[in-house]
Design a protein around this ligand. Sequence first.
Ligand SMILES: Cc1ncc(COP(=O)(O)O)c(C=O)c1O
Length: 268
Amino acid sequence: MPVLVNGRAGQLDPLDRGLQYGDGLFETMAVRDGRARFVDWHLARLADGACRLALRLPDQEQMRAQIAAAWPAGRGVVKLIWTRGAEGRGYRPPVNVDPTCIAAGFEWPAWPAAAWSEGVRLRYCQMRLGRNPLLAGIKHLNRLEQVLARAEWDDEGIAEGLMLDDRGQVISGTQSNLFAVIAGQIVTPALDQCGVAGIMRRAFCAWSALHATAVVERSLQPDELETAAEIFMTNALIGAWPVRELAGRQVPAGPLAVRFNSWLAAQG
Ligand SMILES: Cc1ncc(COP(=O)(O)O)c(C=O)c1O
């Protein structure tokens, strides 16, 4: 697993603010032969997060080079982490510190093909997502809610956990976004209060507007999912996983996730 710190195979400063406070951002990308899928959208989300946190904006060309260096050939995953940099102690953001860029390459995960062909099983998590509109949508490094939610189950047969916010509205999976077909509409939870605005969520919305219907972003109650004609989860690596079971209840198989995955596969 090659890990580059500021472009070199080096060590991270233990006083890095990414480590001390989660003061930074990250992106996880599917890569083939050094080419990251939807790289422009990943870098745009990173830039949006950098604006929101007032982090110095990444140099895009430098980051593209680091992505390619972290996984130059074959199929893999690159995780790019961008932090405010290393600096003493205290929350106050320092002004004259160089940001840290970490690029790590990983083997492509060995998910069973049945996750796409037959669908996955989902559970509800007890852990709730706190609302904070200023942090909603971006992929910042503070992920304790997801870590604790993912610690709730160790049944290998459950692929994902569904997370609600503190008001009890459905937001997302622990590491994926949710779509559901409800009363003929394709619905995905609004992410203006919490959650990560996924790159694959964006890709699905763009695809759907062209090939199906426009996706409706709105608040979603858990009981609405009981009437869904199709549910699927998306992220940058998996594309779309159809859901076949939610909290022990069977979910009908629908055509959308399958059609979207075929389109995605044809993109290379
Ligand atoms: C909490 C959370 N929501 C959604 C997503 C999906 O985002 P993307 O499509 O960019 O992978 C992820 C991905 O890791 C995530 O961690």
